[in-house]
Ligand binder design. Structure first.
Ligand code: GLU
Length: 287
């Protein structure tokens, strides 16, 4: 069975050098092992994603010399599948509606509260355990809500289903060595699994699609290492296979900050306009 790799950009800005490193990493690994390479457009954020940026992603990748299979999966066309996965978790009693606004959540935070790996405050439990009548009333009034995972219950369910394997994933380092990494999904607290505005979240859509597309190797930056803990938990709960993970080094600017999509000077388009070749880009990202 051939191995399947993917590059999964979100079309909310032009691709920059960090994306080039990510795309080359997956593409080169796939080539080395004679595997397949897919591009997936992660455009669930319909307010920020733009069609012209999707076209620009394809143009930049083509210019880099990267090839991929078609058709390309666009997440905005698969909300029903994410909804179905969420329903399954909800039926297992592992998701609950949270009606709270950002300011209500902030007001409920205790001094010295903990933060999740992205730096957002851990959810203080506001609407966990809201009584069924109150929930039904608010739903009936059409109040908007996110679905959050009840982390304590989810951890217990996952342990029941997969034992300690629920809390490990297999990682490949840059030299191709495989090691087991301990996952600690608890550090995300009661994370949002279905957002208020769209019937999905990055985490849910990502695990559903990695499984749907038969991805065997997830290659992405180290900035998503902590997200893998939550992805592993969702895979166990949804009965999805576990891919191998390779989290590559991150590129930083001269000040040591992670490259951002807004950093126009490192966009592939502006480098190309300035005369850079795809070989130059490989050198610039240290390949
Ligand atoms: N769409 C994500 C991003 O652009 C990457 C997700 C992934 O590779 O899992 O950062």
């Amino acid at each position: 069975m051939s191995e399947v790799f993917r590059f999964a950009p979100s079309p909310n800005g032009r691709l920059h050098l960090g994306h080039a490193l990510s795309a080359f990493t997956g593409f080169d690994m796939a080539r080395r092992v004679g595997g397949r390479f897919l591009v997936r457009i992660e455009d669930i954020d319909t307010t920020r994603s733009r069609g012209d940026l999707i076209a620009a992603i394809f143009e930049d990748l083509r210019w880099l010399g990267i090839t991929w299979e078609v058709p390309v999966l666009r997440q905005s066309e698969h909300f029903d599948d994410y909804r179905a996965a969420a329903t399954r978790l909800r039926d297992m009693g592992l998701l609950y509606p949270c009606f709270a606004t950002r300011s209500q959540i902030e007001a409920a935070l205790q001094p010295g509260h903990a933060s999740d790996p992205d730096g957002a405050p851990l959810y203080p439990g506001l609407h966990r355990g809201l009584d069924a009548r109150a929930v039904a009333d608010r739903l009936q009034w059409g109040e908007r809500y996110a679905l959050r995972i009840d982390m304590a219950r989810a951890l217990a369910a996952a342990r029941n289903m997969a034992g300690n394997a629920a809390f490990t994933f297999q990682a490949l380092d840059a030299a191709g060595r495989q090691t087991a990494v301990v996952a600690n999904p608890a550090r995300w607290g009661d994370a949002v699994i279905v957002r208020k505005e769209v019937p999905a979240s990055y985490h849910l859509a990502c695990v559903v699609d990695d499984a749907r597309q038969g991805i065997t190797h997830v290659t992405r930056g180290r900035d998503l290492l902590a997200a893998t803990d939550l992805h592993r938990l969702l895979q166990v709960l949804l009965g999805l296979p576990a891919p191998l993970y390779h989290h590559h080094r991150l590129l930083t600017d001269q000040q040591g900050r992670k490259l951002a999509k807004s950093a126009d000077d490192t966009s592939l388009a502006s480098l190309r306009a300035g005369g850079a070749t795809p070989v130059d880009i490989r050198h610039l990202v240290g390949l």
